[in-house]
Design a binder for this molecule. Structure first.
Ligand SMILES: [Ca+2]
Length: 304
């Protein structure tokens, strides 16, 4: 079996922790590089969190730090949800500091892309690093198979009324990425909203093994008093798409990004009447299969 190569661009983040676990333990993909970007919390914290997760998972993957700010905007992070450190709810004893390389994320991504014909990019944070990559190295588009983006919304948002967090955090970067001549799949807010891990499943997750226990502790802290309602799984729906696209309905569409709105900056305007050869937008996910797959996958992460 030829493995897909996937670069992960991320801002961990509780939700990211699960997506990273699913990617790193998959037998079907190879992750040569993780790049970090400010989002859920600041760049130092998201980078530390990535190194903590790698140490916990006992995985050695290169990590490169990227953008500490959106391209133009003043950042407002999501630490009120993810805790000051970004991974509140579990205490990690170590960081895999040996994985951190002294190369900027954008250069590291480009160097990695140049090594092979086609690489998939899993974008589960704001799109700042990827926009910089496309601007600094426009020929990157020839080496990217697909950018799978968790971000944006077809309808309403969770950051602004019409704005999802990752696109609202850096609207200009989102615009650059959607304008680029490279294949993209948008897995927006609506998909995560369909992928709910019920309380019973979260409790099952917590009893599987060390990884399950850690993930369940993070989600428990994140949900607080709302734990009984279950939790929407967002970032993992993007890695789910890479491994099981058959569970998703996707339509060709155009996506523009609002840059001037007083209340709507970063809103993704998905137009299904205007198709783009470069953009597919997911509209549904087979949530029961997806959630069951997460549980089964975590059960295989048994050596941690
Ligand atoms: Ca994220």
């Amino acid at each position: 079996m030829i493995k897909k190569t996937v670069i992960i661009d991320t801002d961990p983040g509780i939700d990211d922790a699960m997506a990273i676990a699913l990617a790193l333990f998959s037998q079907e993909i190879d992750v040569p590089l993780i790049t970090t970007v400010a989002g859920n919390v600041g760049l130092e914290n998201v980078t530390t969190n990535t190194l903590r997760l790698l140490s916990f998972f006992k995985k050695h993957v290169k990590v490169a730090k990227g953008a500490s700010q959106p391209l133009l905007r003043v950042s407002e992070d999501a630490s009120q949800f993810h805790g000051e450190t970004g991974l509140a709810g579990f205490s990690y004893d170590k960081q895999a500091t040996e994985c951190l390389i002294d190369t900027h994320a954008v250069n590291a991504m480009y160097q990695e892309l140049m090594k092979r014909q086609k690489t998939t990019v899993l974008a589960i944070g704001p799109l700042t690093n990827i926009a910089l990559l496309l601007r600094m190295y426009p020929d990157s588009v020839h080496y990217i198979d697909e950018i799978v983006i968790m971000g944006g919304a077809i309808n309403r948002g969770n950051y602004g009324v019409y704005t999802e967090f990752n696109s609202g955090f850096d609207p200009e970067a989102t615009k650059i990425v959607y304008s680029a001549p490279v294949k993209k799949v948008m897995i927006g807010l609506e998909i995560g909203n369909q992928a709910i891990m019920e309380k019973e499943v979260l409790e099952r997750l917590g009893n599987i093994n060390g990884v399950g226990k850690m993930l369940s502790a993070l989600f428990k802290h994140y949900q607080g008093e709302y734990f009984d309602k279950g939790v929407e799984v967002y970032d993992s729906t993007a890695i789910g798409y890479i491994l099981h696209p058959e569970w998703y309905t996707c339509l060709e569409a155009s996506v523009d990004v609002e840059l001037c709105g007083t209340y709507t900056s970063g809103a993704t305007l998905v137009d299904f009447t205007q198709k783009s050869q470069y953009i597919k937008v997911c509209t549904t996910i087979d949530a029961p299969k997806f959630i069951e797959w997460i549980i089964d996958s975590v059960a295989y992460m048994s050596h941690v």
